[in-house]
Design a protein around this ligand. Structure first.
Ligand code: TXA
Ligand code: MG
Length: 318
């Protein structure tokens, strides 16, 4: 693929206008959301969406999340009723992605849904994402803006490190406040199922519905869920979990009482830890560690998303 010059656009009127125009013209634009940076393209434009897969080196079977500015725009793409509607009204805009049946006349490229009868919809809360989506006026398909299988970007610099000369522009909004990807729920059969823990704690969703939300079992239910690829979200060196100290050659990523070479959160705050996770993995990777050991992180609130990403980072590489 031929190199293109990647524009760095500022978070002002001109930058947002340029980014929106590029999206309408079929360009690839990375933009900040509250979770991680997304790599956006017009979800109705097959050529533009195909360029996302090319730029990321991503396997084609993985469907993409469609980003829209509000519930009204989401309803033009997906069928949102029952518990999906309750959750959308309570948590959008925010770090929640809902997988629902595709609406008639949605007009999406088949590449976005990977031919599935369902679509993943997200209304991001980040003010720049909101302005960009409103200005662009098209539904925006966007995976995380990293080469496939690598750690998601939480700054414009991270995006440039992975995708420079492969995409048209990066809209620079500084660091993403949440730091891990959105929580994904499937609600295509009336019953909500957790497809991916993420930036919105599952406990909050369960409290809203007044019912537990079981995890989807992709193999049993024939759902194409995230993380079919066992190794995902991976730094370039091996990762070892639940470590209290470093073995020779390892760098230790701490949490709470385990100080480590670098800490996700010295005070044991899971929100701070999520926000620091990907940048910390990149820093330890860049320090030339032979391997990364990670201190135990509690399996609650954002800890569920953090542990999910760490387990994938630790999985054998395919
Ligand atoms: O926070 C986020 O969710 C970020 C920002 C950019 O919005 N996006 C993100 O996208 O993490 P991505 O592509 O890295 O992960 C989306 C996941 C994929 O693993 C995909 O398998 C799943 O969503 N997905 C998308 N459409 C689906 C569908 N119709 N059914 C089941 N899973 C779906
Ligand atoms: Mg991703």
């Amino acid at each position: 693929m031929s190199a293109i010059e990647t524009l760095r656009l500022a978070a002002d009127e001109a930058g947002i206008g340029r980014a929106a125009a590029l999206l309408r013209e079929g360009g690839l634009v990375a933009f900040p959301t509250e979770t991680v940076y997304g790599l956006g393209a017009d979800a109705r434009n097959g050529r533009a969406v195909a360029r996302i897969f090319e730029a990321k080196g991503r396997p084609r079977f993985n469907p993409l999340i469609v980003h829209v500015p509000d519930l009204a725009a989401a309803r033009r793409i997906g069928v949102i009723d029952g518990s999906a509607e309750v959750l959308a009204e309570a948590f959008w805009p925010g770090a929640l992605t809902l997988v629902v049946p595709v609406a008639e006349g949605a007009g999406l490229s088949d590449l976005v849904t990977a031919g599935l009868p369902s679509v993943a919809l997200r209304v991001p809360e980040h003010p720049l994402a909101q302005r960009l989506l409103r200005d662009a006026g098209v539904p925006v398909a966007a995976p995380s803006a990293n080469p496939s299988g690598r750690v998601s970007p939480t700054t414009a610099e991270h995006v440039a490190e992975g995708l420079s000369d492969r995409i048209d522009a990066v809209l620079d909004g500084g660091a993403c406040p949440v730091g891990v990807e959105s929580t994904i729920l499937g609600v295509f059969d009336g019953a909500p199922r957790l497809l991916r823990p993420g930036g919105l704690p599952v406990e909050a969703l369960e409290a809203c519905l007044g019912a537990p939300i079981p995890e989807a079992r992709p193999e049993a239910e024939g759902i194409r869920a995230p993380g079919q690829l066992a190794s995902h979200y991976a730094p370039s060196v091996p990762v070892r979990l639940d470590a209290l100290s470093a073995e020779p050659g390892e760098k230790l990523l701490g949490f709470g009482p385990v100080a480590g070479d670098l800490s996700l959160s010295p005070s044991g705050d899971l929100v701070e830890a999520a926000a620091n996770l990907y940048a910390a993995l990149r820093r330890l990777d860049a320090l030339g560690a032979g391997a990364i050991a990670v201190a135990p992180v509690p399996e609650k609130g954002l800890g569920r998303a953090i542990n999910d990403r760490l387990r994938r980072a630790a999985a054998p590489r395919g």
